[in-house]
Ligand binder design. Structure first.
Ligand code: GLN
Length: 544
């Protein structure tokens, strides 16, 4: 029978529930259990596909084509297993499916009501995703006290009632602020979060206390007294990113293991470990992140960078993490320089900004803003032999740059930016032309590519003939222009099996000039870095 661990968050959003959930999953997997994780997003959107990345962070793409909250990415990276789109549950999906069932007549004669229908549908979805795993973690998005997560907390309580206390345990991840004017860690917001959770009938079994510093004994005691939770189950989880910290999230499972959280949870859920954890490889990778022997700077030219006065690099979290994975493998510290594409639109800025980095990534993107700046960055890489990795829009813009400046098609563009361009080297895919519904209709999920013999891309993928990566796009390299691009020296080093879609390109005479229509950043993990990122980082490390 599946055991459930429900993770909720208190005090503030962005407290680190996702990484805590993923880390716990990793720990339990190390103890030999089969583990999966479910993310509940209480918003009304059916998925994250239509949201703005600066508001909600990156849109994560699953193998089966879901456009999902970025936390599913944390789960996959830490658990190193594919998590399907059914593991993301939103309010929108729950109501949509209930209304569809009602219309089909599945509730004939009944009044369809919040209770029991909504919690029942939530439980049905949870059971469907649980799929006989030994342990399933359920992360309830949002913050305790939000109106919109009440139905989900109600459903969790109902699940516990149905399955028994020994099969469901609750974790609250809270934040303990240290206001600068008193310089003392305050427990009051945590006390209030516990109170709010109790109002929903939930007594947390464990409290993970996030904060700038370790939780000290007096404050542990205070929380213990307030919440009637044993001190051993109140776990300190200080920041691991920032000055004077290891500066990597991948230490978190190791830190939680030092607090014996895995054993404590197994005891609470009446589970006996199936194997002794072996952290050797994980520790080695973390050590090489903490004590790197080299250092490079890589520029990511993006557009979803700022919101008000704050930089929100969460829009590119998987790229960031993929670089970390390659950083560990190559024992090199990578300083990421976030470059606003619009700053590269004026040619006088380009050299000054780009000379500070050893390589450049152009990530995925949509629409026209910043496009010319990105094309300028690509031109700089091509002309100065600076390592370049293009991802999705990054490939399309590299093709435009090559068409304009090497193939002499000065007007070359994508029809996404200019519908009337006389050289639509990037054009909407025919099957996308008549789509009016924007949600979930791009070319999404895993697709295969056949790699060209003797290409750099094939070499990087271990000389495999065929690879599969995840996609999220509507446009393609226009097949009419394949011959001229090839004639002028661009190698189309990976094609879709029907040979119609360009999946990978490269310029063989340069140190590293590779782009892909896919998003290899969605399949990278600490112990298995994505091959293109690994090759790119290696090229950036070559001293000229
Ligand atoms: N906007 C481009 C397209 O839809 C690229 C998408 C992306 O970079 N994910 O094809």
């Amino acid at each position: 029978m599946t055991k459930y661990i429900v993770v909720t968050g208190g005090v503030i959003s962005g407290v680190g529930k996702g990484v805590a959930t993923a880390s716990l999953g990793k720990i339990l997997k190390e103890y030999g259990f089969s583990v999966s994780a479910i993310k509940i997003d209480p918003y009304i959107n059916c998925d994250a596909g239509t949201m703005r990345p600066t508001e909600h962070g990156e849109v994560w793409v699953t193998e089966d084509g879901g456009e999902i909250d970025q936390d599913l990415g944390n789960y996959e990276r830490f658990l190193e297993q594919v998590i399907p789109k059914k593991n993301n549950i939103t309010t929108g999906q729950i109501y949509k499916s209930l209304i569809e069932k009602e219309r089909r007549g599945e509730f004939l004669g009944e009044t369809v009501q919040f209770i029991p229908h909504v919690p029942n549908e939530i439980k049905r979805r949870i059971k469907e995703a649980s799929n006989n795993y030994d342990v399933v973690l359920i992360e309830v998005g949002g913050t305790i006290g939000d109106y919109e997560n009440i139905p989900f907390l109600f459903a969790m309580k109902s699940l516990e009632n149905e399955l028994g206390k020994e099969n469901v345990c609750y974790i609250l991840v809270t934040y303990l602020p240290i206001p600068s004017h008193i310089d003392e860690m305050k427990t009051k917001p945590t006390q209030l979060a516990i109170k709010l959770l109790r109002e929903e009938g939930i007594q947390p079994d464990f409290i993970l206390c996030r904060g700038r510093k370790e939780l000290d004994e007096p404050r542990k005691k205070k929380i213990e007294q307030y919440s009637n939770i044993k001190k051993e189950n109140i776990i300190s989880m200080p920041d691991v990113i920032g000055e004077n910290t290891p500066n990597t999230l991948y230490v978190i499972p190791l830190n939680l293991e030092k607090e014996h959280l895995g054993e404590k949870i197994m005891e609470r859920l009446n589970l006996k470990y199936k194997k002794i954890p072996d952290w050797t490889d994980w520790k080695n990778a973390v050590n090489s992140l903490i004590n790197p022997s080299n250092e490079i700077s890589i520029g990511i030219v993006g557009k979803y960078l700022s919101t008000g006065d704050y930089q929100l690099v969460d829009s590119y979290i998987s790229i960031n993490e993929s670089l970390k994975h390659s950083s560990a493998k190559n024992n090199a510290k990578i300083n990421i320089k976030w470059i606003n594409a619009q700053d590269l639109e004026k040619s006088e800025n380009i050299k000054e900004i780009l000379n500070k980095v050893q390589g450049i990534i152009i990530p995925g993107g949509f629409g026209s803003s910043g496009v010319e700046g990105k094309i300028n960055a690509i031109k700089h890489c091509r002309e100065n032999n600076v390592p370049f990795l293009g991802l999705c829009y990054g490939l399309q813009l590299a093709v435009i740059e090559y068409a304009r400046n090497v193939c002499e098609l000065k007007e070359a563009n994508t029809t996404e930016v200019n519908q009337d361009t006389i050289h639509p080297v990037i054009d909407i895919m025919p099957e996308q032309k008549d789509i009016n519904n924007k949600g979930g209709t791009m070319r999404l999920g895993a697709y295969k590519a056949i790699l060209q013999d003797k290409s750099k891309v094939k070499e990087l993928y271990g000389n495999r003939d065929e690879v599969s990566e995840r996609h999220r796009h509507r446009y393609e390299v226009n097949p009419i222009y394949h011959p001229i691009l090839k004639d002028k020296g661009m190698v189309l080093s990976g094609m879709s099996p029907d040979k119609r879609l360009v999946e990978f390109i490269e310029l063989p005479n340069l140190k590293f000039f590779i782009a892909t229509q896919s998003h290899p950043e969605f399949k990278s993990s600490l112990l298995n870095p994505a091959p293109l990122f690994d090759g790119f980082v290696k090229a950036c490390l070559i001293k000229t």
